[in-house]
Ligand binder design. Structure first.
Ligand code: ADP
Length: 479
């Protein structure tokens, strides 16, 4: 089988998803952090500028324009003439005084800002970039008296420095995080899919013909472990089915071979030795008898298969179980009497079942036939019918030869016959057919037995028909 290309593997796609989601979430976290810090820094700068404007406005009110002018020069020198400047504007936007402006020649007065301050009577803030200034500049316009507007500007040096440092940090950290996320993602994805790969490897070996292979399980009980367990259980089931099919084929071959050999032998002997028409007639009659036997086996097998798969048609009707059991007892009592067996029947007044009459009749006659067949002289066969919640429980108990604990788990299988019953007539399909019929009615047959003491077959039949039940090994109870 061709190897899957890396981009098509689940591990690769999981890694991509993991790295992608991790990188995206980290980038969002970084962005939020960036917005928070820059917002905070800008607020800080704005507050500095506003408090400067307040100081100038107070000084203007108390000491007049000259004091304000000198304060502007002193303040600009103290903070650094390259960092701060002050300009005083008349209401028409003309500059009539300023601090040292040699470094700020390109900074003009924004008409819109002057208008906004004049009409709204509120300070106006803007951020600008000037060609000969490496950093951005934050500028405040505010009225410090009814006729004077203060324009104060400050470089956003720390803001820009933070921005540059952040950019470097962001790129470096994001690259590292993405690589780590991809590495961790790859490791985790490989670990996660390794179990699936083990299942695939085993499936491949099985496809090559080794059905004994099983997927190793870790016992952790996680999803992969459960997948492996389910896969192994499925393999066990397939193996059991294959063994059963093999055994059944052997049985069929064996059971068909004996009558065919007999037919052939008789025909050969007749051909070589027979002299009269009577001998030929005897051969033909024997052949018909053997063929009937063969046909009976084949038809029963087909009936079991059809019933088990639900293909066989069922004629559901109301069955009077009491009458059905009584009739069966009457039918079998001569056979029981011949063998010196007591046949006892214990039935309720009324028992009605929704089911297929012919199926239930055949089921019961198979059980009664077995009970009488495998019970010795002076034994007893006891039939009871009881109501248990939603079911009718039909019990056929005998005091016969019983079934050994080795045979008990198999007697419901097709063609299975216990060794001690080989001398009796039969092919080992009677119980399989009975179980198939019971299950077709949504019921089942449970067996309890002890060698030399007898057996009890319990037929559970739901009063109302509810479909087919699956085969299970729990039908057998060892007494
Ligand atoms: P068979 O045609 O051999 O009777 P069945 O399917 O009816 O086939 O039964 C399968 C085997 O189960 C029988 O060969 C017999 O060994 C055993 N068995 C069935 N019923 C009884 C019983 N009542 N007592 C003892 N053994 C039984």
């Amino acid at each position: 089988m061709a190897r899957t290309k890396l981009p098509n593997t689940l591990a690769f796609r999981l890694t991509l998803w993991y790295a992608g989601i991790f990188t995206l979430s980290s980038a969002v976290a970084f962005l939020l952090f960036y917005l928070l810090i820059t917002g905070f820094m800008r607020t800080q700068t704005d507050q500095d500028l506003l408090s400067q404007a307040n100081r100038f406005s107070t000084l203007m009110a108390s000491e007049g324009i000259d004091a304000v002018r000198s304060l502007a020069i002193v303040e600009a020198q103290a903070a650094g003439v390259k960092k701060v400047f002050f300009r005083f504007l008349s209401p028409d936007g003309q500059v009539f005084s300023s601090s040292n402006m040699s470094y700020w020649k390109n900074i003009t007065v924004t008409e819109r800002a002057v208008q906004a301050v004049l009409y709204d009577h509120r300070p106006f803030l803007e951020t600008i970039s000037a060609p000969d200034h490496p950093e951005q500049i934050r500028i405040l316009y505010a009225m410090i008296s009814p006729l004077i507007i203060l324009q104060v500007g400050q470089t956003m040096e720390s803001y820009d420095r933070f921005l540059n440092a952040f950019k470097g940090f962001f790129i470096g950290t994001m690259t590292l995080l993405t690589l780590v996320a991809a590495g961790v993602g790859w490791f985790m994805a490989r670990r996660a899919v390794s179990g699936v790969e083990a299942v695939t490897r085993t499936a491949r070996k099985i496809a090559a013909g080794t059905l004994e292979e099983r997927v190793p399980t870790t016992g952790r009980g996680d999803e992969i472990d459960r997948l492996a367990l389910t896969f192994n259980q499925m393999l066990d089931r397939i193996q059991t089915l294959l063994t059963e099919i093999r055994e059944m084929t052997d049985h069929i071959a064996h059971d068909l071979r004996s009558p065919l050999t007999r037919i052939r032998g008789t025909a050969e002997v007749t051909l070589t030795t027979a002299e009269t028409l009577g001998e030929y007639e005897t051969m033909a009659a024997g052949t018909i008898e053997e063929c009937d036997r063969l046909l009976d086996i084949i038809n029963t097998m087909l009936l079991i298969s059809k019933t088990e798969s639900g293909v066989g048609p069922m004629t559901i009707g109301e069955i009077d179980l009491v009458r059905l059991v009584q009739e069966a007892c009457e039918l079998f009592s001569p056979m029981a009497e011949d063998k010196g067996i007591r046949l006892k029947c214990e039935l309720p007044e009324k028992a009605v079942l929704a089911g297929d009459l012919r199926m239930i009749q055949r089921l019961l006659s198979n059980l009664l036939d077995n009970a009488i067949k495998y019970t010795l002289e002076n034994g007893e066969v006891h039939i009871t019918l009881e109501e248990k919640e939603k079911d009718w429980v039909l019990r056929v108990r005998d005091t016969g030869i019983g079934i050994s604990s080795e045979d008990l788990p198999h007697i419901l299988e097709r063609f299975y016959r216990c060794d001690q019953s080989r001398s009796q007539e039969g092919v080992g399909l009677g119980l399989s057919l009975a179980v198939a019929f019971a299950r077709a009615h949504g019921g089942d047959i449970l067996v309890e037995s002890r060698p030399n003491q007898g057996s009890t077959f319990r037929v559970i039949l739901p009063k109302s028909h509810s479909g087919i039940k699956n085969l299970s090994a729990s039908n057998i109870t060892h007494l």
